[in-house]
Ligand binder design. Structure first.
Ligand SMILES: [Zn+2]
Length: 253
């Protein structure tokens, strides 16, 4: 993994040394260069999780060509970037979905308080805090909440099919919603807390099913279906809307 990243960085350095850096920021502030030996032609690729538009260029493309290509699509880039869902920071008054319910964040700031306490009650997250920006604390609260719920559901599903889970974790993964290994350790993205219930249930079932089938065979999907009745709907939602889960907790630029 790290070798891949190092290679990528080196490749970009070599390219820039040879051809010079195109000033992509002049076209759009979120436009970034990606040198790809596999690419046959130039392309624009939107990473809607990171909110970055990549200009993918084959290794032997000259700077002026790359710049010219991006410039040609400037309007298209702008349009796509501005159509991304707006970030929803964890701030007072904002509404976020928690396990399929709309929940409002209510922050009571008092510099004299000794510590921060957070409580979810009646669809309101009550935050009493001495911090001017308690968003990290709120995130941690949500992470713990996500872990508690996801772990419970995963264990229940595993018991249904008589497999053993060694541990359940939550992380802030960028590329996958869940992962597991042969030891029975499962990880999920804590951001599943923002997903509708059936979507979260499907992702949990997906990893639990992998403890029996380490592939995506028809048998695997049949087991998914057993573990999560509406897994088709959940899967569809994750495919179509999964990227929107990243907007919560992101700061506005
Ligand atoms: Zn899978």
């Amino acid at each position: 993994m790290w070798d891949d990243v190092k290679n990528l960085v080196q490749r970009k350095k070599d390219w820039v040394t040879k051809y010079g850096m195109p000033n992509l920021a002049r076209i759009h502030p979120d436009l970034e260069l990606k040198i790809s030996p596999q690419a046959r032609r130039m392309a624009l690729r939107l990473d809607n999780k990171r909110r970055i538009m990549y200009l993918v260029v084959p290794t032997r493309t000259r700077t002026d060509k790359a710049y010219g290509f991006a410039l040609q699509y400037q309007d298209w880039i702008k349009e796509n970037m501005s159509s991304l869902p707006a970030p929803v920071p964890l701030e007072h008054g904002n509404i976020i979905p928690v396990f399929g319910k709309k929940v409002r964040i209510k922050i009571n700031y008092d510099p004299n308080l000794k510590r921060t306490s957070i409580l979810l009650r009646n669809n309101v997250i009550h935050v009493s805090t001495n911090k001017e920006d308690p968003s990290r604390r709120i995130e941690r609260f949500l992470r713990n909440l996500a872990l508690e719920k996801i772990e419970k559901i995963a264990l229940r599903k595993a018991a249904c099919i008589d497999v053993e889970i060694k541990s359940v974790n939550v992380r802030d993964t960028k590329s996958r919603w869940g992962s597991c290994n042969h030891e029975g350790e499962i990880s999920y993205s804590w951001r599943l807390i923002f997903a509708p219930r059936q979507a979260m249930d499907y992702v949990i079932a997906h990893e639990v099913a992998h403890l029996t089938h380490f592939d995506h065979s028809p048998e695997f999907w049949a087991l998914c279906c057993r573990l999560s009745a509406s897994y088709r709907k959940g899967r569809e939602w994750m495919d179509k809307c999964g990227h929107t889960l990243w907007r919560f907790g992101q700061k506005e630029e």
